[in-house]
Design a protein around this ligand. Structure first.
Ligand SMILES: CC(C)(COP(=O)(O)OP(=O)(O)OC[C@H]1O[C@@H](n2cnc3c(N)ncnc32)[C@H](O)[C@@H]1OP(=O)(O)O)[C@@H](O)C(=O)NCCC(=O)NCCS
Length: 192
């Protein structure tokens, strides 16, 4: 018999036991994105390009492409928001872009929202979307369309539904990524 079995160590009473350190609260603030945020935004988006079907992009986005898009949207006065941790880390972003280039579509945008994987499921998407819709309305936008993959983006579909987006269409087999066909669900919300 081992000595510790013979004389088992005594356990400290509950009030003297070391408690695990409390989880740090999930804190963030939301502000307008600036060009210095683009490398972080690119890193967040490229993660989903490489690892998921929530975007149909397959090649990593370059900083040049992202900068051009950022400047174009800024010229239109469209909101582009980031959520930032207390230590300054970009946790996620949300923006809107023109739905189509043709002039009559000018009051209609497509929205986009991406969080760092570790920041999902904690209410941050809801906070960013709330602010994005408020700011879009202030910018004179009337209609917001979400184009969401019909596989692997269940949380996005659920979140858009919760914000009152209505499903307006479903396109089957319009994308092919990771060796399988994918469709898109179109959802629309009027900013009345
Ligand atoms: C989609 C995304 C922006 C949602 O943000 P989030 O912070 O994770 O979501 P929230 O915690 O604010 O939850 C909002 C709602 O989304 C839904 N939701 C969130 N996580 C979910 C999950 N894992 N499964 C199903 N529904 C989920 C719920 O309806 C939830 O509302 P509830 O908490 O009242 O039930 C975020 O998960 C994300 O960045 N995902 C990866 C990228 C992506 O899919 N972007 C959208 C491309 S169209």
């Amino acid at each position: 018999m081992l000595e510790e079995e013979y004389n088992p160590p005594r356990e400290l009473p509950a009030h003297l036991r070391r408690r695990p350190a409390p989880e740090p609260a999930f804190a963030y603030s939301i502000r307008d994105a600036v060009e210095a945020d683009l490398p972080d935004i690119r890193e967040i988006y490229n993660h989903y390009i490489a690892n998921s079907t929530v975007t149909f992009d397959e090649d990593p986005q370059t900083l040049k492409e992202l900068r051009a898009k950022f400047r174009h949207n800024a010229k239109l006065g469209y909101p582009w928001l980031v959520a930032v941790s207390p230590s300054g880390q970009i946790l996620g972003y949300a923006n809107v872009s023109p739905w189509k280039q043709k002039a009559a579509y000018r009051f209609t945008v497509e929205n986009s929202i991406y969080l760092r994987a570790a920041s999902t499921g904690k209410g941050l998407g809801t906070a960013l979307m709330t602010e994005l819709l408020n700011r879009s309305k202030q910018a004179g936008i009337k209609e917001v369309i979400a184009v969401i993959a019909d596989k692997g983006a269940e949380s996005s579909i659920a979140m858009h539904k919760a914000f009152g987006f209505k499903e307006i269409g479903h396109m089957g087999k319009v994308g092919f990524k990771f060796g399988r066909w994918l469709g898109t669900v179109l959802m629309q919300k009027s900013l009345k």
